[in-house]
Design a protein around this ligand. Sequence first.
Ligand SMILES: [Zn+2]
Length: 465
Amino acid sequence: MELYNTLTRKKEKFVPIVDGQVSMYTCGPTVYNYIHVGNARPMVVFDTLRRFFIYKGYNVKYIVNFTDIDDKIINKANEENTTFKDIADRYIEAFLEDAKGLNIYEEKTIHPKATEFIEQMIQFIEALIEKGAAYNVDGNVYFNIESAKDYGKLSKKNIEDLISGARVGVSEEKNNPMDFALWKKAKEGEPSWDSPWGKGRPGWHIECSVMSRTLLGDTIDIHAGGEDLQFPHHENEIAQSETLTEKPFANYWMHNAMLNVDNQKMSKSLGNFFTVKDIAKEFDLEVLRFFLLSAHYRSPINFTREVMKQIENGLERLYNGKKNLEYLLEKTEDRKLSEEEKEILSIVEKYKNEFIESMEDDLNTADAIASLFEIVKFSNSNLNERASRELVENVYNILLELANVLGILHKKEEILEEEILELIEKRTVARKNKDFKLADEIRDALKEKGIILEDTQEGVKWKRI
Ligand SMILES: [Zn+2]
């Protein structure tokens, strides 16, 4: 598998640190508001990469942090006359709700919060001070960027240019205008933690370095995020981590390109700013997920209603293909594959291999999606009621396993009340005729569709789960 590494500006063969394992860290949200459609892109893209690794048999440790202490959170808490924790909890909950709608593989995501790692951050900063790489000025601790080897190597920025550009409005406490805060002295009334430098709180960059190191080790396989995080956030993470450990912080750095709305940068002042929750009112979030994967992650993507409608139609075509196969599963005969069917299956397998090759080529989801459409088109025109169940089953499983890599086609069709009542009636008749096998089959079939039956004295009751 090849991945584009921002550090080298090249596609490189992916070689994990430990065979069969992947450690991955994606910078998560500062939880002070609802996430917007642009924030959803790295969530979906890197979740898909994680899913693909799992599909290929890797054991993946996947972290998305929550920045739960920050100026913006404190300001919002002050505006609402509440605590920073109250604000953070509220927007973490909202984030998880959006993540669920986007079918992010949450059961397998580790979500550390910055405030849970204050002690480790203090130790990390103390070690940097000992190394002469950080200094305390009256309760504010700064990282000395001159102590970092190759500062600017990720963003390819020249340190001298940066320094001369940063001269204006420089805080006089710092030795160098590009030095950045590791620990911020608490202002009156702000939430704070005790430290060797007095009461204060961590800076933003230190969080990711510390949580990544504590949970995944000194060097990890992949660190990911939006391209806007390359500088200064990721550059500073590298500087402080590599200065401390003298080892590479991450072997592969991956960045997704930005999302535009109607060909413009999304901004509140232009009135083209959409939260994921806004979109959820108009579209199923599965459509947003499919849209975000419809372009290669390193290309900008343009969000418009028209494109979302097309994506919605495309997704419906895939669902129809799935439904056709489900219909055939019930109708086809249980017999071995014929020679001709082996041929048909080999063509579907060829599309499957193309899908995998696209994904292995730096996560080219756009091409992978094209292969998925080929499978559906081909199966719609080549599979019918005369096919063997084995063929239909094989094609169905291929479609679902690939769709699952992309995190789509996971919705079960909602069964209508009318159909439920019909099936309950059929089951009651079966029981009267002592056909318990059929009765059980109906009960199980309903359960598959999320309907639970309960036999009571007043008759059969049902509920959705
Ligand atoms: Zn980060």
